[in-house]
Write a protein that binds this ligand. Sequence first.
Ligand code: MN
Length: 319
Amino acid sequence: MENIYHQIYNQIKISKNILLVTHDAPDGDALASACLMIELMESLAKPHIAYCYDEPPRQFNFLPHIEKIISDKNFNFAEFDLIIALDCGGINRTKLADEISGRAKNQSIIDIDHHPKLDDYADLELRDPRAAATTEVLYNFLKANRIKINKNIANCVLTGILTDTANFLYPSTSQQTVEIASEMLVKGAKMPQIMENTWRNKSLNSMKLWGKAMSRLKINSEYNFASSILTLEEIAESGADEEELEGIAGFISNLDNVKGIIFLREQPNGVVKGSLRTSRRDIDVSLLARQLNGGGHAKASGFKIEGRLEETRSGWKII
Ligand SMILES: [Mn+2]
Protein backbone atom coordinates (compact mmCIF):
# COMPACT_ATOMS: atom_id res chain seq x y z
CA MET A 1 0.00 0.00 0.00
CA GLU A 2 1.11 3.48 -0.77
CA ASN A 3 2.29 5.25 2.34
CA ILE A 4 0.09 7.77 4.08
CA TYR A 5 2.32 10.72 3.19
CA HIS A 6 1.94 10.05 -0.53
CA GLN A 7 -1.76 9.25 -0.22
CA ILE A 8 -2.39 12.62 1.40
CA TYR A 9 -0.33 14.52 -1.14
CA ASN A 10 -2.13 12.79 -4.00
CA GLN A 11 -5.50 13.60 -2.46
CA ILE A 12 -4.49 17.26 -2.23
CA LYS A 13 -3.33 17.27 -5.84
CA ILE A 14 -6.56 15.82 -7.20
CA SER A 15 -8.82 18.06 -5.10
CA LYS A 16 -10.31 21.22 -6.56
CA ASN A 17 -11.34 23.28 -3.56
CA ILE A 18 -9.82 22.77 -0.13
CA LEU A 19 -10.87 23.84 3.35
CA LEU A 20 -8.10 24.04 5.93
CA VAL A 21 -9.30 24.05 9.53
CA THR A 22 -7.45 24.29 12.81
CA HIS A 23 -8.73 24.13 16.38
CA ASP A 24 -10.64 26.76 18.34
CA ALA A 25 -8.68 28.92 20.81
CA PRO A 26 -5.71 28.41 18.47
CA ASP A 27 -2.16 28.17 19.80
CA GLY A 28 1.11 28.68 17.96
CA ASP A 29 1.25 25.16 16.56
CA ALA A 30 -2.36 25.28 15.30
CA LEU A 31 -1.81 28.58 13.50
CA ALA A 32 1.66 27.75 12.20
CA SER A 33 0.28 24.49 10.77
CA ALA A 34 -2.51 26.38 9.00
CA CYS A 35 -0.09 29.00 7.66
CA LEU A 36 2.29 26.29 6.42
CA MET A 37 -0.59 24.64 4.55
CA ILE A 38 -1.68 27.98 3.04
CA GLU A 39 1.88 28.38 1.71
CA LEU A 40 1.63 24.89 0.17
CA MET A 41 -1.84 25.56 -1.31
CA GLU A 42 -0.57 28.76 -2.91
CA SER A 43 2.47 27.05 -4.39
CA LEU A 44 0.16 24.41 -5.90
CA ALA A 45 -2.32 27.10 -7.01
CA LYS A 46 -5.12 25.24 -5.20
CA PRO A 47 -8.27 27.22 -4.39
CA HIS A 48 -8.63 27.08 -0.61
CA ILE A 49 -9.94 28.74 2.53
CA ALA A 50 -8.34 28.56 5.97
CA TYR A 51 -10.79 28.63 8.88
CA CYS A 52 -10.42 28.87 12.63
CA TYR A 53 -13.41 29.30 14.94
CA ASP A 54 -11.56 31.88 17.07
CA GLU A 55 -9.58 34.77 15.71
CA PRO A 56 -5.79 34.29 15.83
CA PRO A 57 -4.22 36.16 18.77
CA ARG A 58 -2.25 39.24 17.68
CA GLN A 59 1.05 37.84 18.92
CA PHE A 60 1.07 35.50 15.91
CA ASN A 61 0.84 38.31 13.36
CA PHE A 62 4.42 37.60 12.34
CA LEU A 63 3.42 34.27 10.76
CA PRO A 64 3.24 34.31 6.95
CA HIS A 65 -0.36 34.29 5.62
CA ILE A 66 -1.92 34.64 9.11
CA GLU A 67 -4.17 37.45 7.81
CA LYS A 68 -5.77 34.94 5.44
CA ILE A 69 -7.21 32.77 8.23
CA ILE A 70 -10.90 33.58 8.60
CA SER A 71 -13.09 33.17 11.69
CA ASP A 72 -16.40 34.00 10.01
CA LYS A 73 -18.14 30.95 8.69
CA ASN A 74 -19.11 32.80 5.53
CA PHE A 75 -18.32 29.92 3.23
CA ASN A 76 -20.43 27.15 1.78
CA PHE A 77 -19.12 23.89 3.23
CA ALA A 78 -20.67 21.90 0.38
CA GLU A 79 -18.30 23.56 -2.10
CA PHE A 80 -15.19 21.88 -0.72
CA ASP A 81 -14.14 18.48 -1.96
CA LEU A 82 -11.36 18.19 0.63
CA ILE A 83 -11.20 19.28 4.26
CA ILE A 84 -7.88 19.16 6.07
CA ALA A 85 -8.04 19.32 9.88
CA LEU A 86 -4.81 20.42 11.55
CA ASP A 87 -3.80 19.92 15.20
CA CYS A 88 -7.37 18.93 16.13
CA GLY A 89 -7.30 16.08 18.67
CA GLY A 90 -11.00 15.44 18.08
CA ILE A 91 -13.68 16.43 15.62
CA ASN A 92 -15.23 18.86 18.13
CA ARG A 93 -12.17 21.05 18.09
CA THR A 94 -12.73 21.87 14.43
CA LYS A 95 -16.07 23.48 15.41
CA LEU A 96 -17.34 21.99 12.16
CA ALA A 97 -18.40 18.65 13.64
CA ASP A 98 -21.93 18.76 12.17
CA GLU A 99 -20.70 19.67 8.71
CA ILE A 100 -17.94 17.06 8.77
CA SER A 101 -20.07 14.19 10.03
CA GLY A 102 -22.88 15.09 7.61
CA ARG A 103 -20.59 15.54 4.62
CA ALA A 104 -21.43 14.45 1.10
CA LYS A 105 -19.83 11.39 -0.53
CA ASN A 106 -17.51 13.49 -2.68
CA GLN A 107 -16.03 15.28 0.34
CA SER A 108 -12.91 13.79 1.94
CA ILE A 109 -11.44 14.56 5.34
CA ILE A 110 -7.74 14.46 6.11
CA ASP A 111 -6.60 14.72 9.71
CA ILE A 112 -3.00 15.76 10.46
CA ASP A 113 -2.20 15.86 14.15
CA HIS A 114 0.03 14.88 17.04
CA HIS A 115 -2.57 14.49 19.81
CA PRO A 116 -3.57 11.03 21.01
CA LYS A 117 -6.54 9.82 19.00
CA LEU A 118 -9.94 10.82 20.38
CA ASP A 119 -12.35 9.88 17.63
CA ASP A 120 -12.33 8.45 14.16
CA TYR A 121 -13.67 11.00 11.70
CA ALA A 122 -11.11 11.23 8.92
CA ASP A 123 -10.81 9.33 5.64
CA LEU A 124 -7.05 9.72 5.77
CA GLU A 125 -5.28 10.17 9.06
CA LEU A 126 -1.70 11.24 9.65
CA ARG A 127 -1.31 11.10 13.41
CA ASP A 128 1.92 10.88 15.37
CA PRO A 129 1.52 11.35 19.13
CA ARG A 130 5.30 11.13 19.53
CA ALA A 131 5.81 14.29 17.50
CA ALA A 132 6.31 17.43 19.58
CA ALA A 133 4.09 19.51 17.31
CA THR A 134 1.78 19.17 14.34
CA THR A 135 4.34 21.17 12.37
CA GLU A 136 6.81 18.35 13.11
CA VAL A 137 4.32 15.92 11.52
CA LEU A 138 3.97 18.31 8.57
CA TYR A 139 7.75 18.44 8.24
CA ASN A 140 7.80 14.65 7.82
CA PHE A 141 5.02 14.97 5.25
CA LEU A 142 6.98 17.59 3.27
CA LYS A 143 10.16 15.50 3.37
CA ALA A 144 8.42 12.30 2.28
CA ASN A 145 7.01 14.14 -0.72
CA ARG A 146 10.22 16.04 -1.48
CA ILE A 147 8.46 19.38 -1.14
CA LYS A 148 10.96 22.21 -0.87
CA ILE A 149 11.13 23.90 2.52
CA ASN A 150 11.41 27.64 1.94
CA LYS A 151 11.83 30.39 4.52
CA ASN A 152 8.08 30.76 5.15
CA ILE A 153 7.65 27.05 5.75
CA ALA A 154 10.76 26.99 7.95
CA ASN A 155 9.31 29.78 10.13
CA CYS A 156 6.02 27.89 10.47
CA VAL A 157 7.67 24.57 11.37
CA LEU A 158 9.89 26.21 13.98
CA THR A 159 7.04 28.26 15.48
CA GLY A 160 4.96 25.12 16.03
CA ILE A 161 7.90 23.34 17.64
CA LEU A 162 8.93 26.23 19.89
CA THR A 163 5.43 27.05 21.11
CA ASP A 164 4.34 23.44 21.70
CA THR A 165 7.54 22.54 23.59
CA ALA A 166 7.84 25.87 25.48
CA ASN A 167 11.18 26.43 23.75
CA PHE A 168 12.37 22.80 24.08
CA LEU A 169 11.40 22.59 27.76
CA TYR A 170 8.77 19.85 27.60
CA PRO A 171 9.69 16.15 27.48
CA SER A 172 7.99 15.85 24.07
CA THR A 173 11.20 17.40 22.68
CA SER A 174 13.00 14.53 20.93
CA GLN A 175 16.30 14.29 19.13
CA GLN A 176 14.33 14.62 15.90
CA THR A 177 12.59 17.76 17.18
CA VAL A 178 15.93 19.46 17.82
CA GLU A 179 17.34 18.27 14.50
CA ILE A 180 14.35 19.64 12.61
CA ALA A 181 14.60 22.95 14.46
CA SER A 182 18.25 23.19 13.53
CA GLU A 183 17.49 22.45 9.88
CA MET A 184 14.79 25.15 9.93
CA LEU A 185 17.39 27.70 11.08
CA VAL A 186 19.56 26.75 8.13
CA LYS A 187 16.52 27.21 5.86
CA GLY A 188 15.98 30.76 7.13
CA ALA A 189 13.68 30.52 10.16
CA LYS A 190 14.13 33.40 12.60
CA MET A 191 14.26 31.96 16.09
CA PRO A 192 14.75 35.28 17.96
CA GLN A 193 11.75 36.82 16.17
CA ILE A 194 9.57 33.82 17.01
CA MET A 195 10.61 33.92 20.67
CA GLU A 196 10.11 37.70 20.94
CA ASN A 197 6.57 37.35 19.67
CA THR A 198 5.49 34.19 21.42
CA TRP A 199 7.31 34.35 24.74
CA ARG A 200 8.69 37.82 25.54
CA ASN A 201 5.29 39.40 25.11
CA LYS A 202 3.97 39.72 28.66
CA SER A 203 2.61 43.02 29.92
CA LEU A 204 3.23 44.29 33.46
CA ASN A 205 -0.35 43.49 34.44
CA SER A 206 -0.14 39.99 33.13
CA MET A 207 3.15 39.45 35.00
CA LYS A 208 1.39 40.54 38.20
CA LEU A 209 -1.42 38.14 37.46
CA TRP A 210 1.09 35.34 36.96
CA GLY A 211 2.48 36.35 40.35
CA LYS A 212 -0.93 35.94 41.91
CA ALA A 213 -1.29 32.46 40.46
CA MET A 214 2.18 31.54 41.79
CA SER A 215 1.51 32.94 45.26
CA ARG A 216 -1.64 30.87 45.55
CA LEU A 217 0.05 27.54 44.82
CA LYS A 218 -0.86 24.73 47.18
CA ILE A 219 0.27 21.12 47.33
CA ASN A 220 -2.29 18.46 48.11
CA SER A 221 -0.39 16.09 50.40
CA GLU A 222 -2.63 13.11 49.66
CA TYR A 223 -2.02 13.15 45.90
CA ASN A 224 1.18 15.20 45.89
CA PHE A 225 -0.44 17.37 43.25
CA ALA A 226 -0.10 21.17 43.15
CA SER A 227 -2.94 23.51 42.32
CA SER A 228 -3.68 27.16 41.75
CA ILE A 229 -6.56 29.24 40.46
CA LEU A 230 -7.49 32.63 39.06
CA THR A 231 -10.96 34.10 39.26
CA LEU A 232 -12.68 35.94 36.46
CA GLU A 233 -12.61 39.12 38.53
CA GLU A 234 -8.83 38.95 38.95
CA ILE A 235 -8.31 38.26 35.27
CA ALA A 236 -10.61 41.12 34.26
CA GLU A 237 -8.94 43.52 36.72
CA SER A 238 -5.50 42.75 35.32
CA GLY A 239 -6.62 43.46 31.77
CA ALA A 240 -4.65 40.41 30.65
CA ASP A 241 -6.16 38.78 27.60
CA GLU A 242 -6.68 35.10 26.98
CA GLU A 243 -3.38 34.66 25.19
CA GLU A 244 -1.43 36.13 28.11
CA LEU A 245 -2.97 33.55 30.41
CA GLU A 246 -1.70 30.68 28.33
CA GLY A 247 1.60 29.59 29.71
CA ILE A 248 0.83 30.04 33.41
CA ALA A 249 0.17 26.32 33.75
CA GLY A 250 3.38 25.50 31.91
CA PHE A 251 5.33 27.79 34.19
CA ILE A 252 3.78 26.36 37.37
CA SER A 253 4.75 22.89 36.20
CA ASN A 254 8.38 23.82 36.88
CA LEU A 255 7.56 23.17 40.54
CA ASP A 256 9.82 20.43 41.88
CA ASN A 257 8.83 17.24 43.72
CA VAL A 258 5.17 17.05 42.77
CA LYS A 259 3.45 14.53 40.53
CA GLY A 260 1.79 17.25 38.53
CA ILE A 261 -0.16 20.47 38.65
CA ILE A 262 -3.68 21.64 37.99
CA PHE A 263 -4.46 25.25 37.18
CA LEU A 264 -8.07 26.41 37.15
CA ARG A 265 -9.34 29.71 35.84
CA GLU A 266 -12.79 31.13 35.36
CA GLN A 267 -13.85 32.14 31.88
CA PRO A 268 -16.46 34.77 31.00
CA ASN A 269 -19.00 32.25 29.69
CA GLY A 270 -19.60 30.63 33.07
CA VAL A 271 -17.02 27.95 32.43
CA VAL A 272 -13.98 26.93 34.45
CA LYS A 273 -11.00 26.00 32.33
CA GLY A 274 -8.60 23.47 33.81
CA SER A 275 -5.03 22.86 32.67
CA LEU A 276 -3.10 19.78 33.76
CA ARG A 277 0.65 19.41 33.49
CA THR A 278 3.22 16.89 34.62
CA SER A 279 6.91 16.45 34.00
CA ARG A 280 6.92 12.91 35.40
CA ARG A 281 7.52 10.11 32.93
CA ASP A 282 5.20 7.70 34.74
CA ILE A 283 2.15 9.99 34.83
CA ASP A 284 -0.40 10.58 32.09
CA VAL A 285 -2.57 13.59 32.98
CA SER A 286 -4.65 13.18 29.82
CA LEU A 287 -6.43 10.24 31.53
CA LEU A 288 -7.83 12.65 34.11
CA ALA A 289 -8.61 15.27 31.45
CA ARG A 290 -10.57 12.71 29.47
CA GLN A 291 -12.54 11.69 32.57
CA LEU A 292 -13.63 15.34 32.63
CA ASN A 293 -14.54 15.39 28.92
CA GLY A 294 -11.32 17.11 27.97
CA GLY A 295 -8.29 15.91 26.12
CA GLY A 296 -4.70 16.57 25.21
CA HIS A 297 -1.33 14.97 25.70
CA ALA A 298 0.09 12.75 28.44
CA LYS A 299 2.17 15.64 29.79
CA ALA A 300 -0.14 18.56 29.00
CA SER A 301 -3.90 18.40 28.79
CA GLY A 302 -7.02 20.31 29.72
CA PHE A 303 -10.75 20.32 30.23
CA LYS A 304 -13.67 22.70 30.70
CA ILE A 305 -16.43 22.46 33.29
CA GLU A 306 -19.48 24.65 33.66
CA GLY A 307 -19.50 26.54 36.93
CA ARG A 308 -17.45 28.95 38.94
CA LEU A 309 -14.78 28.77 41.60
CA GLU A 310 -15.53 29.13 45.27
CA GLU A 311 -13.05 29.24 48.13
CA THR A 312 -13.65 26.76 50.91
CA ARG A 313 -11.74 26.10 54.10
CA SER A 314 -9.84 23.26 52.51
CA GLY A 315 -9.19 24.85 49.14
CA TRP A 316 -11.11 25.67 45.97
CA LYS A 317 -14.22 24.07 44.66
CA ILE A 318 -16.06 24.28 41.33
CA ILE A 319 -19.74 24.92 42.01
MN1 MN B 1 -0.04 21.13 18.80
